[in-house]
Design a protein around this ligand. Sequence first.
Ligand SMILES: [Zn+2]
Length: 483
Amino acid sequence: MHIRQSFDIVSLFAGFPTRNPVLRPFLAAIGLLVQLLVLLMLPLAASQAQEARPATLLLENVRVIIGDGSVLQDAAMLVADGRIVSVGQRSNMEVDESVEIIDLNGKTLVPAFIDSHAHLGYEGHRSWGGSNYSRDNLIDHLQRYAYYGFSAVFSAGSDPDTLALEVQQAQLRGDFDAARFLFAAGMAPPGQGPNDQFLVHALALEQQTGQKILYGVANAEQATEAVQQIAAKKLSVIKIWVDDRGGSQQKLSQDLYREIVAAATQNGIEVYAHQQYASDMPGLIEAGVTGFLHGRIGADLGMDIARQLGQAQAFVVPNMGLGELRREAIGLDPFLQQSLPEAVAARLLESDRRSRIPLRSTAVEAELQASFAALLDAEVDILLGTDAGAVPDHFFGYTGHRELEIFVRLGMTPMQAIVAATSKPAQRLGLDDLGLLRPGYSADFMVLENNPLEDIRNTRSIESVYLNGRALDRERLAEGFTH
Ligand SMILES: [Zn+2]
């Protein structure tokens, strides 16, 4: 309707009747120009119209992994207005002619994943640092997540808050389609925070933008004040750095993090911890942190700490890929190459560091598996998180799929790994309409060519990604990422 009206306007303009011989060619030229502009805008108008009103879809003949540990075979899922209407047997679903029916021929639906630990904005693919942080770069990173089948990502304490809030608002208005953006306020002793290389960039970015990223606290008074400032900005999570970064920074003392957690709790704010050592975990659990962004799985994290974590219902993000993938030749991986600029893929291939496949000692692997088993035994919520973007070349989305492989290698079933990537992080991050394929939930899911319950690496066989009931144009996205 809209489009036809614009055509009418064009034809009016192009054929504008005038007797003035000077004006006539001028108006005709304007008419042509308008016509050209409208033609250029048509695809845009069409895509916007599509975006405004998601189609009613029936996906049938499909395996549905719900996200809670259960699976339906030979099932169907009905989606309308961006939400899931029903999931179950096709014969129980009545649909009229307006519904688009997609026969998925035995493929698999799985809820879109959630990354519970990342740092957005700094990766520029040709460089890494605070100077890359911008609205556009943030959206690019969220779109990379979407491309790899993610519905949300939590950026852990490294975002300039005013800009980050603006991007959240823009996303709520529907200005762009991408994984949902969550972020936390960062807190550490004054002038400290992330790893030394990262810290320099975060501090410079604060200077450059005049916005707050890191709250430096040296005593109880400052802790209370900082928490109140964060509450006034309506941020719901504080990320604290507790460790000494291998001796180069001052540790956040137990007294101080107790103050921070107490003040935060009073204000309805949760505290997530970055801790270097498992030995710091009992004190932090006792103080009441919600979860740990670095699992420190291994010999130091045994059944005792696992039980404490389970009893306190504190979550753990193991982040195993951060150490492992940096020593791997990931530039050779076609699944990553899909989203990498050629120059970056080439650089990764040349890099010596990435050409050595690490030999894991069987002793260390056994310790990791024992520690992981302790967490599973104690029913600790293990969440998918990657720390993507915290260091150069630890890429968004891709690393999430790789982390799930590590989860399975260390003892999870593929089903448990998928729960760790979907409903668990959704519950923990307060995303109450994500992480499950159930009626009423947002229609955010992947269509997988192959069954990930048979082999977790099949999460890579992404045929399509839907967010809010709309299929992403992954080809167009990849085109943008690779150039
Ligand atoms: Zn981190």
